[in-house]
Design a protein. Structure first.
Length: 882
């Protein structure tokens, strides 16, 4: 999410709000504004909100009535507000009306003082105000254009509800809301609940009144206004809930896959939770240009670019993505909406759980998609972040707006999901599900914390609570060293643990966790699986079912554990003797471990020697995983003189299969072939630099420009990027012209991404300024900048950011400056690190979330430099002998 702006309250200017967290102020703190969290002297009981807005206007007016409970006597009321101009305000209490006077305040806040103290008890606060409708940010209330029509939508998470109305913008304040929208008579209007009435108004307007919601925090309130098409998706669930897909006018046919899929996902979720879908309706809304999805109860929103697709262009990859994102957002209706986290430090309960649940539901729905394998890439990606000293904890204390912004990251989503997966495997799926159901039943319609979740999940088992907490409350990835001992009595596995630290890290390896370690080994005709809760730095695990010394032992059975494994004394070689030894998730996980171990525990040349065993594996997931090691070598570790040998190595591993797959889908081929094709063809064309593949890509790109049917939709990105990498100015101009007239949002973004993939410096210098122009929406053209961060053009992209910093941050979505250090994240030497730190330290750090982002970029550069110094010789030796 992104955010920002300023406005005036009764003559006083106040700044753009970003994040506000519930805080605690001293009773009767008077006119002194809260430092971070709102005081708890007053709490909302109910909201009534009326908004008057039109999709082509950049302002709106609002009226809010908030029923309040004054817990203590006070003459001041503090609310969250941003980009709002208050016209007038008053408090009704005990039959009296008190005029409210605005107080000068810092950003995120508006204070109101009363002539006399308000005694404890009930009161109603009324405020009239004006707000801003953004065309730059997709936060608060914003507008976008689709074709020649304007639309208004809202996005309030994390803390942008305050841009729509003064409120208690904190997740713990969970109360009913009643919304009324005054909109142009020809527009449609939607919110979380069904419309109760629609009446004509003056000036070509109409008033739509919505039913009161169940208790919601402010960030889950939502609206959508504009000329919509409504697609009937049928009914689902125990309550026969009506399902609809709401799309911009004329795009109903693009919602067919979403409409077919939604009922099945709802039914699967109800079955798992044992609780009917909790809300009166379920509308799913497609928002043009949005690159996110959001779980508002009854009005779930998705980016139209990935959610909608023409029926003949709904690729297998698109189906995977839509189904997975839908399952994520709809699982939130129970986990996040029905039960809401009490504060942002527990946001993993929302997002980690929804990520885990989406994998589970999609795996049940389409087992042939093997989501249980695909999810491992997310888990291992989280480990890559978690190995940094600058990594967050899952349950990170939230002490500033920066902390809230940083909380929505891979640690929250993917590590949170991985931990749930690990403990489900350890406890067993039935016991785990009962704990989840117990939690939902107990805290329905309210808020809860991690502690309350763990108590419900564990059934009061203190050891499980303790073990889970060791992963939530400290950063880092455990490295478990395994050594098989068969010299005395029963075979046993000697285990030791420490923090995994890559070469060059300044961290301490002395951390320990309570780790659910599960191992698998042969035991006669069958394999045995045994588990232990490893609570000490070193432990011995008897392999009691072994029939003699096991031929092999895999120390992360099913790849369910959130830890890396270092095998001792030939154990790795034993695992690789027979590819049937390991399950598919285990093979993928082992490759991930090998990749990580090259950062300080195994020479990269040794890893390269192992890759042929995996690269020719029939499984798509295994082949794709090897590219994470092999495909990235050229960036830093391969000297120029050895690049021809590196390309031959790549070709030997992948070319034959890439040629078999070809550039086009084939009738009757399996899903794995269709999904592997883009990955493998891209690797051979653009990493191995195979001239035949490059030429074929160029021809197909030219054909596609003349006729989009010439290339299968799921191969368009690879075709265009391959042609661009080796293309000239004439091709760039054709891409640019096509992008200008392209009406398909996803295809336009694909073209712009390809325009950032040219490697001719002169072309890159033409492409980058397009991010500053009005030729394309900056939310689309931003991909050009990040596409240009490839090794060949990285210096040009970084220099462009430095030369155009002020213009860039003014043009791009608010607070995007916090992410611009990632343009330099691919550097790999100390000199560039110093330059990156010098340039960004007083620039990007001014934006919410910026300080930690910069810390992680700088640490990544340092670690890359250390790894490069250590592994260059190993890679060179391997390639010279190849």
């Amino acid at each position: 999410a992104v955010i920002l702006a300023t406005r005036v309250v009764v003559g006083y200017s106040f700044g753009a709000a970003l994040f506000c967290a519930p805080g605690r102020a001293a009773p009767n703190a008077g006119l002194q504004p809260p430092q971070f969290r709102l005081p708890t002297l007053v709490a909302p009981l109910r909201y009534s909100v009326s908004l008057t807005l039109a999709p082509d206007q950049d302002t709106f007016t609002g009226q809010v009535d908030i029923d309040l409970n004054f817990k203590e006597a006070s003459s001041v009321l503090w609310l969250n507000a941003d980009k709002i101009t208050v016209k007038d305000a008053a408090l009704t209490v005990g039959g009296r009306t008190l005029t409210a006077k605005a107080i000068t305040q810092p950003k995120d806040l508006v204070g109101f003082s009363f002539d006399q103290s308000v005694e404890p008890g009930a009161a109603t606060f009324h405020v009239n105000y004006e707000g801003k409708v953004s065309r730059k940010d997709m936060q608060g209330i914003f507008q976008v254009k689709d074709g020649d029509r304007w639309y208004i939508y809202s996005q309030f998470e994390n803390i942008s509800a305050r841009q729509a109305f003064p409120c208690f913008d904190e997740p713990s304040y969970k109360v009913p809301w009643q919304l009324t929208l005054n909109v142009p008579k020809d527009d449609d209007a939607f919110s979380n609940t069904p419309a109760l009435s629609e009446t004509a108004g003056p000036g070509g307007m109409k008033t739509v009144k919505f039913a009161e919601t169940r208790p919601l925090p402010s960030y889950l309130v939502a609206i959508a206004v504009g000329p919509m098409d409504i697609v009937d998706a049928g009914h689902a669930g125990a309550n026969n809930t009506a399902l609809r897909i709401i799309v911009p006018r004329g795009r109903g046919a693009e919602a067919q896959y979403a409409a077919r899929t939604t009922p099945d996902v709802v039914n699967l979720l109800e079955k798992y939770f044992g609780i009917p879908y909790p809300y009166e309706k379920l509308d799913e809304v497609a928002i043009p240009l949005a690159s996110y999805a959001m779980e508002h109860p009854g009005l779930v929103t998705y980016g139209a670019g990935f959610f909608l697709s023409k029926p003949d262009e709904t690729t297998l990859g698109r189906k995977h993505g839509v189904t997975s994102v839908m399952a994520h957002e709809l699982s939130h209706q129970w986990f996040g909406d029905l039960v809401t986290t009490a504060w942002w430090d527990d946001i993993w309960l929302n997002e980690g759980f929804a990520s885990w649940m989406a994998n589970k539901i999609v795996n049940d729905y389409h087992p042939e998609w093997k989501m249980n394998v695909g999810e491992l890439n997310g888990y291992q990606g989280a480990m890559g972040t978690d190995e940094l000293v600058s990594a967050r904890r899952v349950r990170q204390p939230i002490l500033s707006n920066n902390d809230i912004a940083n909380a929505f990251d891979g640690i929250t989503y993917n590590k949170g999901s991985a931990l749930l997966n690990m403990f489900e495997s350890y406890l067993g799926p039935d016991k785990f599900r009962e704990g989840i159901r117990r939690y939902l039943r107990k805290y329905a319609w309210g808020n809860a914390t991690s502690g309350e979740f763990l108590d419900a999940l564990s059934g009061g088992n203190a050891a499980i609570v303790q073990a889970f907490s060791t992963f939530l409350d400290q950063p880092g990835v455990p490295l478990v060293t395994a050594q098989l001992k068969c010299d005395v009595g029963t075979p046993q596995l000697e285990l030791s643990q420490r923090r995994f630290l890559p070469r060059g890290s300044q961290g301490s390896a002395g951390q320990t966790w309570d780790i659910p370690v599960c191992v698998r080994y042969p035991a006669g005709e069958d394999d045995a699986r045994e588990c232990t809760l490893m609570t000490k730095k070193t432990e011995v695990m008897p392999l009691g079912k072994a029939k003699g010394c096991p031929e092999w032992t895999y120390a992360n059975a099913g790849e369910a554990g959130y830890y890396r494994v270092l095998y001792a004394d030939g154990m790795l070689g034993a695992l690789l003797k027979d590819e049937k030894t390991l399950t598919l998730p285990e093979r993928v996980g082992l490759i991930g471990d090998i990749a990580a171990l090259t950062e300080g525990y195994m020479p990269m040349g040794d890893a390269m020697a192992l890759m042929p065993k995996f690269a020719r594996n029939p499984s798509r997931e295994v082949v794709a995983k090897t590219l994470g090691i092999v495909g990235a070598l050229d960036d830093h570790l391969v000297p120029e003189t050895l690049k021809p040998k590196y390309r031959r190595y790549m070709s030997d591993l992948y070319k034959e299969r890439a040629q078999q797959l070809g550039w086009s889908n084939k009738a009757g081929e399996d899903d794995d072939s269709r999904l592997l094709r883009p990955t493998l063809v891209d690797a051979v064309a653009n990493r191995a630099e195979d001239r035949e593949m490059i030429e074929e890509g160029r021809k197909l790109a030219l054909a596609w420009l003349d006729d989009h049917k010439a290339v299968d939709r799921d191969m368009v990105a690879v075709v265009l990027n391959t042609a661009a990498r080796h293309g000239d100015r004439a091709l760039f101009d054709r891409f640019r012209a096509q992008a200008r007239k392209e009406t398909d949002e996803d295809l336009q973004r694909t073209l712009l991404d390809a325009m950032g993939s040219f490697r001719d410096p002169a072309i890159v210098k033409i492409a980058l300024p397009l991010t500053l122009s009005d030729e394309f929406d900056s939310r689309q053209s931003l991909v050009i900048l990040f596409g240009a961060t490839a090794p060949e053009t990285r210096d040009i992209a970084y220099d462009f950011v430095k030369q155009n910093w002020d213009t860039l941050v003014a043009k791009l979505p608010t607070d995007f400056g916090a992410f611009l250090p990632f343009v330099a994240g691919g550097y790999c030497d100390k000199e560039y690190r110093a330059d990156v730190e010098h340039f960004f330290k007083n620039r990007s750090t001014k934006y919410t979330g910026g300080p930690r982002n910069l810390d992680q970029v700088l640490e990544t550069i340092s670690l890359c430099a250390a790894n490069k110094d250590a592994n260059e010789a190993s890679v060179a030796e391997f390639l010279r002998k190849y």
